[in-house]
Design a protein around this ligand. Structure first.
Ligand code: XMP
Length: 317
């Protein structure tokens, strides 16, 4: 029978054996998978694990600082790299969803490669790949490591020439959470909603500007903090806000306004493949909508997304 304790013991021993005294570099995302992978490796090799946490400027409000702080408290050897401006530059003028993903992926690789170069004599690249990612990668790209799938071998950045370590590649998400809990990782961190790699970029429909990111961060923070206050956060699989590329007419005092519309989305799911919108209490939606419209300048209308997947996807892009 599979138990998290046995998995941790066995994996730590295997990692020690495989890595020895060599250095390993790992990209932390703030998510469950990369965090659990990092803590496992940290248990096995300590300071020889070099973690890099990149701020792409598209994270939730205050998240880069708070998560970086949490990582440091966990004893991880982590470097926070604020590359927000570089990502915004790369995204300038791009409205197409796949175009955004490409620009973000390319910039991430550049930033990560620069950082990996600063560490001398790294031999391994660790990734928080879990079993569903492995399956997806095999069906889409053939049996190659996930991160390599987008690139031809000749043009690989240097860090991709490293040997890959993926301690979670046989685990499902719930097992990853149990392993994390076994190692004492904070419950709140383990219970975090999934968040897409391209972050808020795919929740700002149309082109991305620093101002739009700021507006959406404010809206998202009100929604997510509200879910927590109302004890709804753990009942929802994933939630977030979307900034729509339309303006609508409103009224404030005796002035006519013409401002942005935001959509709120909250879904129930087990694996993200199918999802249902959540029947959030009307009182909660009413309070949240009022708070958003009163506090966030530039937004005068809030709508709630009541579409299921399929045929709608969870993200709007
Ligand atoms: P969809 O929108 O396809 O989303 O129903 C399913 C799950 O995948 C996440 N998602 C992404 N995650 N990069 C990611 O790392 C992406 O480009 C991406 N697109 C969607 C989404 O947040 C949801 O959890």
């Amino acid at each position: 029978e599979w138990t998290p304790e046995a998995f941790v013991d066995m994996t730590v021993a295997e990692l020690k054996e495989k890595v020895g005294d060599d250095k390993v570099v790992l990209g932390l995302s703030g998510g469950v998978d990369s965090t659990v992978a990092a803590v496992l490796l940290h248990k096995a090799i300590g300071k020889n694990l070099y973690c890099i946490f990149v701020n792409n400027g598209l994270l939730r409000k205050g998240e880069f600082e708070s998560v970086l702080d949490q990582y440091k408290h966990m004893g991880l050897n982590v470097k926070g790299v604020d590359a927000s401006a570089r990502f915004l530059d790369a995204l300038a003028g791009i409205s197409d969803p796949e175009g955004k993903r490409k620009a973000i992926g390319k910039t991430f690789i550049e930033v990560f490669d620069d950082e990996a170069h600063l560490i001398q004599d790294v031999k391994f690249l660790a990734q928080g790949t879990i079993y569903p990612d492995v399956i997806e990668s095999i069906s889409v790209n053939g049996p190659s490591a996930t991160i390599k799938s987008h690139h031809n071998v000749g043009g690989l950045p240097d860090f991709m020439k490293l040997k890959v370590v993926e301690p979670l590649r046989m685990l499902f998400k719930d097992e990853v959470r149990r392993v994390g809990a076994e190692m004492g990782i904070d419950k709140e961190l383990l219970g975090r909603h999934p968040f897409p790699g391209p972050g808020l970029a795919i929740r700002i429909l149309g082109d991305i500007t620093a101002e739009k990111v700021r507006v959406l961060q404010e809206v998202d923070a009100i929604f997510i903090n509200g879910l927590k206050e109302w004890m709804l956060y753990d009942k929802v699989w994933q939630a977030g806000a979307i900034l729509l590329p339309v303006s609508s007419v409103g009224v404030m005092g005796d002035e006519r306004t013409y401002e942005k519309v935001v959509a709120l989305r909250a879904v129930e799911s087990t694996d993200g493949m199918t999802a249902d919108w959540v029947n959030l209490p009307y009182d909660f939606l009413q309070k949240t909508s009022n708070t958003i419209i009163n506090r966030v300048k530039g937004v005068n209308r809030v709508v709630y997304d009541i579409s299921s997947k399929p045929p709608a996807t969870i993200e709007w892009e």
